[in-house]
Design a binder for this molecule. Structure first.
Ligand code: UD1
Ligand code: MG
Length: 467
């Protein structure tokens, strides 16, 4: 197999986005537009991937590095936008020594599928020439470079502005995506001159140069795949297509999605069979969901793991949380980073957890904050329980053994421990460790004054009468 490198053009400004942010950084389903072509290049096994940056180069580089911390990226800078050939030329130094093929992709074309790129490489192999390209047939080809064929073979690309009236009638368009032999590429780029209607260095000139030496391969791709993003209407339209593609793949694999139009599932999320995703659910950042899970309406899961048979009720928010088998969470639960639940845990409405390990079968069903806590199995945490984990300077740990009962409206002032089977009476402020099997109560003894209300009324009446 020939070694593969990739150049992804990310230098453009994207004036029509009407934004302070570089075009390629605008997000589609949680990732910048350019992350998609970069990911495809990596999936194809490209050993070097060169994003060519220009406009807001530092921000674009930073964002790309954050999304691909371990990828073999080498950034190249195109200082001035002098055309697509000039942009690719900027990558030459970064690819010194690479003698295989170079895949050229646009950073603003997010929907191109891996299969289409594989077909492009296969077409390059089959034709046996120096270059292969992706074409797309458009009813309205205005603005695109036209694929000009002679005796059925690709002869050259002519840009819209340089076309004769006959050439303008051609509907086969150049998508701008190529596979090129490295040796030919760098040699040919050096010969390209900006002699055309736009005075730019046209990458498309490569096609005619390659066609003179051998056959140019071509694959026809659907226009939805090759479409770029130029403004925010197109951004939303591309996001819609991606969303549909992802959701359909999950449904075909046995996931039920109640309203595919409002389920936002990022690329690369794993979901088990017979899991049901409710309306307006978001699954982001590598979340993994098991089998037979129900995720209720409006829930947002980010970088979280949910095991089999769990029910996440509506409007719950999970971030870097791990949830075991058969748990019941929500409605309106908030599981923050470091939450780690064993099996059969129940967390109900308005329960917030952070760095909380909770053992098998424990329950906190209402209005509770559990932060920096190690909680054993079979505990019952009453409504309104709060771990006071922060003293204004440091965070402290609350530790509950197995089978602990915490009465409603209690505060656990950390660091503090309640031993196995310990019992905390409702309304207690726990400031000292509670040994196993012991009761802690800190509330004031109740006082009952019989007849007090009638007496109070009589006193008030007297005051009113000026007595
Ligand atoms: C290009 C092709 C055209 C094709 C069309 C498909 C050329 C000469 N023409 O035209 O045949 O039909 O794409 O969309 O290649 N870029 C840079 N630096 C530059 C210029 C461009 O990074 O100096 C980037 C842009 O940000 C964009 C991509 O390259 O991502 C394409 O550039 P654009 O100016 O849109 O090319 P088109 O005129 O559309
Ligand atoms: Mg364009």
């Amino acid at each position: 197999m020939t070694a593969l490198a990739a150049v992804v053009l990310c230098a453009g400004k994207g004036t029509r986005m009407k934004s302070e942010k570089a075009k390629v950084l605008h997000p589609i389903l949680g990732r910048p537009i350019c992350a998609y072509p970069l990911k495809r290049a990596l999936e194809l096994g490209a050993t070097s991937v060169v994003p060519v940056v220009g406009h807001q180069a530092a921000e674009v580089e930073k964002s790309i590095r954050a999304h691909f911390p371990e990828a073999p990226l080498r950034f190249a800078l195109q200082k001035e936008q002098r055309g697509t050939a000039d942009a690719v030329k900027a990558a030459e130094d970064a690819l010194k020594g690479h003698d295989g093929r170079v895949l050229i992709l646009y950073g603003d074309v997010p929907l191109l599928r891996k299969e289409t790129l594989q077909a492009l490489l296969a077409a390059h192999d089959a034709a046996g020439g120096a270059l292969a390209l992706v074409s797309t047939t458009l009813e309205d080809p205005t603005g695109y470079g036209r694929v000009i064929r002679e005796a059925g073979k690709v002869a050259r690309i002519v840009e819209h502005k340089d076309c004769t009236p006959e050439q303008r009638a051609v509907k086969e368009c150049n998508a701008g995506i190529y596979s090129v032999d490295a040796a030919f590429l760098w040699k040919a780029l050096a010969e390209i001159k900006p002699v055309n209607a736009q005075g730019e260095y046209y990458l498309t000139d490569l096609v005619e140069m390659a066609a003179k030496h051998g056959p140019v391969g071509a694959v026809d791709a659907d226009a939805t795949e090759t479409a770029g993003v130029n403004d925010k209407v197109e951004l939303a339209a591309r996001a819609r297509v991606l969303q549909q593609r992802i959701n359909e793949a999950h449904m075909r694999a046995g996931v039920s999605i109640l309203d595919p139009a409002t389920a936002y599932i990022e690329e690369g999320i794993t979901i088990g069979t017979d899991t049901e995703i409710g309306p307006s659910v978001t699954l982001a950042a590598g979340t993994v969901v098991g089998k037979n899970v129900i995720i209720g309406q409006g829930s947002v899961l980010t970088a979280s793991h949910v095991a089999d048979g769990t029910h996440i009720k509506p409007y719950s928010v999970l971030e870097e949380a791990r949830v075991g088998d058969r748990c019941i969470i929500g409605p309106f639960s908030r599981l923050r980073p470091g939450t780690d639940l064993a099996e059969d845990v129940h967390l109900g409405n308005f329960v917030e957890t952070k760095k909380a390990r909770i053992g098998k079968g424990s329950k906190a069903n209402h209005l509770t904050y559990l932060g920096d806590a190690n909680i054993g199995a079979g505990c019952n945490i009453g409504a309104g329980t709060i771990t006071c984990n922060y003293d204004g300077v440091n965070k402290h740990l609350t530790e509950l053994g197995d089978g602990v009962f915490i009465g409603s409206d209690s505060q656990l002032v950390a660091p503090v421990k309640v031993g196995d089977g310990g019992y905390v009476g409702a309304g207690t402020t726990v400031t000292k460790n509670v040994p196993p099997g012991s009761l802690a109560v800190s509330r004031a003894p109740q006082v009952v004054k019989e007849g007090w209300v009638a007496g109070k009324k009589a006193r008030q009446a007297k005051v009113k009468a000026g007595g």
